[in-house]
Design a protein around this ligand. Structure first.
Ligand SMILES: Cc1cc2nc3c(=O)[nH]c(=O)nc-3n(C[C@H](O)[C@H](O)[C@H](O)COP(=O)(O)O)c2cc1C
Length: 328
């Protein structure tokens, strides 16, 4: 079977309030990002015409290298199928079904990880989605409620039989949030046991992490989440280092932050701008020497203009933080 993407492709993870168009534009401007995912959207809300879901699913830039991410609840497969039919003409690379979200709001209502308790329901969902959706179809998962590899493998084998093209695994248990380290040995086992590509995800924060995962666990691709908000140039850095051991990137941290603020103003509806800016800067602030200090100032800024002013005054106080060179 033809592989849906080149070996070791770099993915931007789907992340609510983070994997929006501004972050995807910024990461693509730096380069190195192969495939991006949108923020997660509710299939039912999308169908009911929710304006929010419509812009969550805006696949620009580069729709042909963007996956839409949907969630739907157990017992409610119809909305996903209809949503997929409506998205057929968006020109996107494909659609991803969320079987991994552990947020109580979603999982208690029967979405995300709750599907792992209903394997035959999940297999039917994928089989029906396959029938209506001609593009790539993937799923994103966590391990489940316990470290039971045979159970996870059987769940995934069923998804593949039902017509899934690839899957991404964030190898943590359902209730772990980000506690403990991700268990990449589960990625390696699934990659060996499934006939479709398995993308590994979790705790990749540097080129060294990327190399270690590629060498030890043979994922078909590497998906990066939080580090893409901390350092949107991480994909460019990984590709650069792969090509040349002495590669480094000099980043203007103020210009990059201002670019993100411009993009948020341009592409995000006013009522959602501030929360998305705060979410982004909660990670991005780690680049600064006095990270807690600037993070606190940015989290408490009342609007994006005040954020700009805070960044400028911080960098006037700590001018050495403005430009930094990254090699890992
Ligand atoms: C703020 C935030 C929102 C997230 N939202 C989603 C989501 O909507 N769908 C999803 O499949 N995973 C979601 N995730 C999980 C990430 O896609 C990813 O699996 C996780 O962050 C581990 O990767 P990382 O260590 O590279 O961050 C979210 C993570 C974060 C931090």
């Amino acid at each position: 079977m033809e592989r849906p993407f080149p070996p070791r492709s770099l993915f931007l993870a789907p992340m609510v309030e983070l994997s929006h168009k501004p972050l995807r534009i910024l990461a693509r401007e730096f380069g190195g990002l192969d495939i991006a995912c949108t923020e997660m959207a509710s299939a039912s809300l999308f169908l009911s015409g929710s304006a929010d879901e419509l812009w969550y699913l805006d696949p620009e830039p580069e729709p042909e290298r963007t996956m839409l991410q949907f969630y739907t609840m157990r017992g409610r497969t119809g909305p996903l199928l209809e949503a997929l039919e409506r998205c057929a003409d968006l020109g996107v690379m494909g659609a991803d079904i969320n079987f991994g979200c552990a947020a109580p709001r979603i999982s208690r209502a029967g979405g995300g990880v709750a599907w792992l308790e209903d394997p035959s329901g999940a297999w039917s969902l994928v089989a029906e989605a396959r029938r209506v959706w001609p593009k790539l179809l993937s799923a994103k998962l966590r391990i489940g409620t316990e470290e039971d590899y045979p159970r996870l493998r059987d769940f995934c084998l069923g998804l593949v039989d039902a017509g899934l093209d690839f899957l991404s695994l964030h190898p943590r248990l359902s209730d772990e949030k980000f506690r403990r380290k991700s268990r990449w040995d589960f990625v390696a086992k699934l990659a060996a046991d499934l006939s479709v590509p398995v993308v590994g995800n979790g705790d990749v924060r540097s080129y060294a992490d990327y190399r270690e995962r590629v060498e030890n666990y043979s994922p078909a691709g590497i998906m990066i989440g939080r580090e893409a908000a901390r350092r949107p140039w991480i994909f460019a850095l990984i590709r650069g280092r792969e090509a040349r051991a002495d590669f480094s990137l000099e980043i203007d941290l103020l210009a990059t932050a201002e670019r993100m603020l411009d993009l948020l103003e341009e592409h995000i509806p006013p009522k959602h701008r501030l929360e998305r800016a705060r979410r982004f800067f909660a990670y991005y602030s780690d680049n600064f020497t006095f990270a807690h200090h600037i993070k606190w100032r940015l989290q408490n800024a009342p609007d994006l203009g005040a954020m700009r002013a805070s960044l400028k005054s911080y960098l006037a106080e700590v001018p050495g933080d403005r430009k930094k060179t990254f090699s890992d």
